[in-house]
Design a protein around this ligand. Structure first.
Ligand code: SF4
Length: 301
């Protein structure tokens, strides 16, 4: 795919049918695949998780890389991008003041952390030249309904070439193990590829993951039959989620990702006890969902 891309109108949120049996985002589907109990804690119990410097830095860097493209192409320099870091942090901490508590009061830790965010921005410029890009969309909600199952999520960036080829771009700043991260990231990208294919009728030409810490990229060219299989996988995940919910039975599935899990203290795999299953929360989720006359994905939550 040519590097120079042009902005093209990309319809990403169609008018949705009223009937949905369930809703999945890539992160929630991935949670369930990784560990059903983690899905429960995050999606049904909605237990809070401690803020982290890594996650906050990811948010700041994503905000900078989004706002960078508000500038005219010639003004998208490294210096201009790095100057966006401080305002992005200030906007974030205004929204979530508890993040200020991540750093010591004297400002030295925050200064070093902001430098590390600027380093990631510098890494971005090693991988891409933003003056040659005109994204069709940034931080875009993409959403569709497949057989009553709503699939939705936010893509970091969409590029559309002059010939109409679509590229989905995702920025990665995290530090979890590469192989686990890649599998999760590819799952997320296939999810977006499927949604965009269903919306536009054209399989995206390329999925591009930009690993800022490594100054490296991973690209992938999805194919239609692969996305059809992936769609079946998502439906199967939803059926498994619905069954687990019906039975109030979400089991732990320990893996290396437990090292990053906020819920070890209440996880049986680590000697903990989960809180009572919140049936009222399930009732609320159920009530929020609109009825489907003829459910295509069984059983309904
Ligand atoms: S600690 Fe591991 S097994 Fe337990 S909920 Fe978290 S991810 Fe799942």
């Amino acid at each position: 795919m040519a590097e120079t891309v042009v902005a093209t109108s990309v319809p990403t949120v169609p008018i949705l049918p009223d009937a949905v049996v369930g809703s999945l985002s890539p992160s929630r589907a991935s949670d369930f695949k990784t560990c059903p109990l983690l899905y429960r804690f995050r999606t049904i119990d909605r237990l809070p998780e401690a803020p982290s410097r890594g996650a906050a830095r990811g948010t700041v860097v994503h905000a900078v890389l989004e706002r960078l493209f508000d500038l005219p192409a010639a003004a998208r320099t490294l210096e201009a991008a790095q100057q966006l870091v401080d305002p992005a942090w200030q906007a974030l901490v205004a929204e979530a003041p508890e993040l200020g508590g991540l750093f010591a009061d004297d400002g030295s830790e925050l200064a070093a952390w902001l430098d590390s965010a600027r380093d990631l921005i510098e890494s971005y410029f090693v991988v891409e030249d933003p003056s040659r890009l005109e994204p069709a969309a940034r931080e875009e909600l993409v959403e569709t309904v497949v057989d009553g199952l709503r699939l939705r999520g936010y893509v970091d960036r969409l590029d559309v070439s002059l010939s109409g080829d679509v590229r989905i771009v995702d920025y990665k700043t995290g530090t979890i193990p590469r192989e686990a991260f890649e599998a999760k990231a590819l799952f997320q990208m296939k999810f977006y590829a499927l949604v965009l294919w269903r919306i536009r009728g054209v399989v995206p030409r390329q999925l591009k993951l930009i690993y800022l810490s490594d100054r490296d990229t991973l690209t992938y060219a999805p194919e239609a039959d692969e996305l059809v299989r992936f769609e079946r996988t998502l439906k199967a995940i939803w059926v498994a989620i619905a069954r687990a919910t019906e039975r109030a039975d979400f089991r732990p599935s320990p893996s290396r990702l437990c090292d990053w899990c906020d819920h070890q203290s209440r996880c049986p795999a680590f000697g903990g006890t989960p809180p009572p299953f919140p049936h009222d929360a399930v009732t609320r989720i159920h009530r929020d969902r609109r009825e489907l006359p003829k459910p295509a994905v069984e059983p309904e939550l």
